[in-house]
Design a protein around this ligand. Structure first.
Ligand code: PXL
Length: 284
């Protein structure tokens, strides 16, 4: 069985970061090891959330893992917290990765043209250096704009997306995948650029007219899980984008839908079926 380490905060209530990544990756047949960077009462879209930074725990926890000889097939990072923590994660990459380890970075720090409340431009620039150390990065347009210094646009064409992707691979990553990208009316999805071959790739599905919190974490978790289960990148994008869109659609139709996240728990069986169909060896 493949083993992944995911490093991000744990928002106790709120359906995002680790409370999404752990169940989804486990459901995808991957042994999932967690390293919480902070513990919050809720995610930061709630008023009055508490936050206990766990930066000082990262070194002793990972030192113990080293002593135990624990290794990972992939390391997936999401919402981190502080610039120091980003540096600590780069150190973990150096300590635990070899040429076969998939380093997957979701520089989760903003949306809709704005950074989340806890972050500033210096944090975004530091995240850009983590992206430079990764094999695959999955920023949205907001995060890409803050990291590259290019302007944020909510109305754009494919040339703008390509310009952002070029600037992202210039940070040093192997492959940049821009999420939340609409390449034609009524469609949305992701577009990527392979730094080595210069090849662009994309997957688009029908746009569901609703926005919910935590959907970036769902997309990233399924995308890295799919890559780790051996899917080619376009197939991984399809699995992740379709699952995210179907989960948004189902949540939108729920009269009792939560405002703070999506009902991904209801669509797990469909994810398992789709993964089994795309990767027959997944649960062996
Ligand atoms: O879903 C991204 C995310 C993760 N963790 C925390 C957040 C957010 C988005 O707001 O606040 C704590």
């Amino acid at each position: 069985m493949k083993r992944i380490l995911t490093i991000q905060d744990i928002s106790c209530f709120g359906k995002c970061s680790l409370t999404v990544a752990l169940p989804l990756l486990s459901a995808m047949g991957i042994e999932t090891v967690i390293l919480p960077t902070a513990v919050l009462s809720t995610h930061t879209m709630f008023k009055g959330f508490t936050c206990k930074d766990l930066s000082d725990q990262l070194a002793p926890i990972t030192a113990h893992w080293k002593q135990e000889g624990i290794t990972f097939d992939a390391i997936y990072t999401g919402y981190l917290g502080t610039e120091e923590e980003i540096e600590a994660v780069k150190e973990i990459f150096r300590d635990f990765a070899d040429k076969n380890t998939l380093l997957f970075v979701d520089p989760a720090m903003g949306d809709n043209g704005k950074l989340y409340p806890a972050f500033d431009l210096a944090y975004a620039k530091k995240n850009a250096t983590l992206c430079g150390a990764a094999d695959v990065i999955v920023p949205n347009i907001t995060e890409a704009a803050f990291m590259t210094g290019l302007p944020y646009k909510d109305e754009y064409d494919e040339d703008y997306v390509k310009e952002l992707l070029q600037a992202l691979v210039a940070l040093g990553c192997g492959t940049a995948i821009l999420t939340g990208v609409s390449l034609s009316e009524g469609k949305t999805g992701a577009m990527g650029l392979d730094a080595k071959t210069g090849e662009y790739f994309a997957y688009q599905n029908d746009r569901v007219d609703a926005a919910f919190h935590g959907t970036g974490d769902i997309f990233s978790s399924v995308c890295v899980g799919a890559l780790l289960q051996g899917l080619a990148r376009t197939a991984a994008l399809k699995l992740a984008a379709d699952y995210t869109a179907d989960t948004i659609a189902l949540t939108k139709d729920d009269p009792k839908k939560p405002w703070y996240g999506v009902n991904f728990e209801s669509t797990v069986p469909q994810l398992v079926d789709a993964l089994r169909a795309a990767a027959p060896e997944a649960y062996k």
